[in-house]
Design a protein around this ligand. Structure first.
Ligand SMILES: Cc1cc2nc3c(=O)[nH]c(=O)nc-3n(C[C@H](O)[C@H](O)[C@H](O)COP(=O)(O)OP(=O)(O)OC[C@H]3O[C@@H](n4cnc5c(N)ncnc54)[C@H](O)[C@@H]3O)c2cc1C
Length: 648
């Protein structure tokens, strides 16, 4: 079990208090996993050190586990193909009860739960492969299974639960009961410091009060992971704390099922807790460790979402191939017109690159030799952005048919290919489980961790002079050793990395670009010092460069292991495309409109350009931007959907 004993409690403002920028950042900082106990390819990459030894040779999964997992994946495939009607789920905005039952029978709700608790005990790799498959039947089922296992009750219990908690809850979840993760509130999105749901200590446990927004699976779940503020008091250290809450507890009301642009089958709720008793034994970890638990859970939990993005890439590729071969315009199959061919090549190369990045991250997580928090975050960010681009390009390749719904296509006698749905379903991936903006900040924080640990006090305005002096000495020693290593490297040696054959040139490029990235980061720090954390565009570009370099490294190692011309061709093109993006990002680091954009945005917010909004109907004047809510009992009917027990 991962232990949290040695970690400090997250300092949190009192529930409902106004939270300023500094406090919000302190909360996020305290929730970080501070230590680096294992090597990290990503961390080294951002420091200008390409440690290929950490990712090669391509790890081989355990053959016995693979055989068992493949048997399961085969059954899952057969079930999804024959029994699940993805179009029906889209039409009815509902996953039928029988699908819940069928998936439960296969063990899909317990894929990540250990066998001793009735689960399948799949590795990260096989779990992600299953998610990819499930998501291809209908992305709402992918979201159901992934929210249940990656952020719902099983994963935090696996990492931080007591034996009693595991014995009590995991067999239920492996058997098909659904769980949900409830952090977000109307006033709490990316910034958890504003959390206002409270858990007041009472005899034998806590009383929970608050309203949670957008809980995926919330309307069907029988067990919730709930994040709530415990106010400090005698015998209670307080802070944001994680609870397992029975969905059927008195005082829990599902007030709404929310509807979205995509993922129409999602059972996503507004959940009210009014005076809900939660026994003390249902606290996961300790009081005050809630955000750390959530973030640590996401270290590997973040791999599930990009798994479904890889699945989307594969589907885009299959549709692009079929369509672009068969649709003839201007005397040629459209795939032979260069403008379309480039899009096909982008989809193929990106799917290969993204799959390599995801598979490698899963294998590293399964090996447990490396710290993969940076890699998992990079795959989430890159996967969600790239899948969106691939689906958008596919719409263009399909022309008008890309914009037409599957039902409408089928009614005209054409293949029911739901590309517009794919685009709608994919969009949320750039927002939830860490929006792209927040992922940029989170990864950038990890990328500069070494700098902050040696020289952070120099730029900290609150640090006393004594600490600044010590940091100056520490920094001098570190930078004296480190900076010269950024000047020359193996990437400059013709013939370096020869073991990668024709792909070696890309590894050399990654090595050079990694040092350049580290140098640019240092220049940025030297120039902006403490203000660098506000240079989000600069940091975002740096993180995007890191993502491309990680993707290239993973792709080359995989293609080398696969040792076939097809893989090398895909890897080669992916790397060339990625290099183009990296060069553009490097150029934009210092040649951009960031400052002007910031100034202009400020004036927009001040209303200076209101005239520009004229000529169209104005947005609604009624309603609030963020709805307020009052504590107290619910005044609306409970909309909980109960999945009936199967009749035997
Ligand atoms: C379909 C769906 C399912 C969801 N499922 C769950 C779930 O199961 N459980 C759960 O707890 N939550 C869930 N959520 C909530 C989701 O995690 C949040 O939407 C997400 O965290 C973003 O928060 P927000 O929407 O409030 O955006 P806000 O935090 O209001 O952000 C608005 C914009 O500002 C940007 N932004 C915010 N802060 C910063 C900053 N410091 N720097 C730069 N940019 C910033 C954001 O990236 C975004 O672009 C779900 C949401 C949806 C729509």
């Amino acid at each position: 079990m991962t232990t949290l004993e040695d970690r400090p409690v997250t300092p949190t403002p009192t529930a409902g208090a106004t939270v300023d920028e500094k406090q919000a950042r302190q909360v996020a900082e305290a929730a970080r996993e501070a230590g680096w106990h294992k090597p990290s390819f990503g961390k080294e990459l951002f420091l200008g050190r390409l440690r290929m030894d950490l990712i090669e040779p391509w790890p081989t999964p355990d053959p016995e586990k693979t055989a068992t997992a493949e048997e399961f994946l085969g059954k899952l495939y057969a079930y999804l193909e024959s029994e699940v009607d993805g179009a029906e789920i889209e039409r009815d905005a509902r996953i039928p009860d029988e699908v819940f039952h069928g998936l439960a029978d296969l063990g899909a709700f317990g894929m990540k739960i250990d066998q001793k608790y009735g689960g399948l005990g799949l590795s990260n790799l096989h779990y992600c492969q299953a998610l990819m498959l499930v998501g291809s039947a209908n992305p709402s089922i992918g979201a159901l299974i992934s929210a249940h296992q990656s952020i719902g009750v099983p994963q935090p219990l696996k990492l931080f639960g007591t034996d009693e908690q595991k014995q009590k809850f995991l067999p239920r979840l492996a058997g098909g009961e659904v769980s949900a993760f409830l952090l977000t509130e109307p006033d709490v999105g990316s910034d958890p410091a504003r959390l206002s749901t409270t858990a007041i200590p009472v005899e034998g446990g806590y009383r929970l009060d608050g309203v949670k927004l957008w809980a995926t699976n919330g309307s069907v779940a029988t067990l919730f992971v709930v994040m709530a503020q415990v106010p400090p008091s005698e015998g209670h250290r307080g802070g944001i704390t994680t609870f397992v809450v029975e969905g059927d507890s008195d005082g829990v009301t599902i007030e709404r099922r929310n509807a979205f642009m995509g993922l129409r089958g999602l059972e996503n709720s507004v959940t009210r807790f009014h005076d809900v008793f939660v026994p003390a034994e249902n606290v996961i970890g300790r009081e005050g460790q809630g955000l750390k638990i959530a973030l640590t859970t996401l270290n590997t939990g973040r791999l599930s979402l990009p798994a479904m993005c890889v699945g989307a890439g594969k589907y885009c590729l299959a549709v692009a191939r079929g369509w672009a071969n068969n649709r003839v315009q201007w005397g040629l199959p459209v795939g032979q017109h260069e403008a379309v061919a480039k899009k096909i090549a982008f989809i193929a190369a990106t799917t290969y690159g993204l799959e390599s990045m995801l598979t490698l991250s899963c294998l590293l997580a399964d090996d447990d030799r490396n710290d993969i928090r940076i890699e998992a975050a990079l795959v989430k960010l890159y996967g969600s952005e790239m899948a969106w681009l691939m689906a958008d390009e596919l719409i263009q390749i399909r022309g008008g048919r890309g914009y037409e719904t599957a039902d409408s296509l089928a009614a005209r006698g054409e293949k029911a290919i739901a590309v517009e749905q794919l685009l709608r379903d994919l969009r949320i991936n750039r927002i939830f489980e860490g929006s792209s903006e927040i992922m940029h900040l989170l990864i950038a924080r990890e990328a500069v961790d070494q700098h902050l640990s040696v020289a952070g006090d120099i730029i900290d305005p609150d640090a006393p002079i004594g600490r600044k002096v010590k940091a100056g000495l520490r920094g001098g020693a570190f930078y004296g050793r480190w900076l010269p290593t950024l000047l020359v490297g193996k990437g400059q040696i013709a013939g370096g990395y020869a073991r990668f054959g024709a792909l070696a040139k890309h590894v050399r490029y990654v090595e050079r670009a990694s040092r350049r990235m580290a140098r640019e980061t240092f220049y940025g720090m030297a120039r902006w010092r403490g203000k660098m954390e506000r240079k989000q565009a600069f940091l975002g570009r740096m993180v995007d460069i890191g993502a491309e370099l990680f993707a290239m490294s993973a792709t080359v190692v995989r293609a080398t292991a696969e040792d076939r011309p097809e893989s090398r061709e895909l890897a080669d093109l992916f790397c060339f495309q990625a290099r183009g993006r990296v060069e553009a990002l490097f150029d934009q680091l210092w040649d951009n409109t960031d400052t002007d954009d910031g100034k202009l945005a400020e004036r927009v917010l001040d209303g200076r350009y209101e005239f520009l909004e004229g000529g169209v109907l104005a947005p609604p004047a009624d309603g609030e931007w963020v709805a307020t809510w009052e504590p107290g009992p619910s005044t609306v009917p409970d909309l909980r959907r109960r999945i009936p027990k199967r009749s035997v």
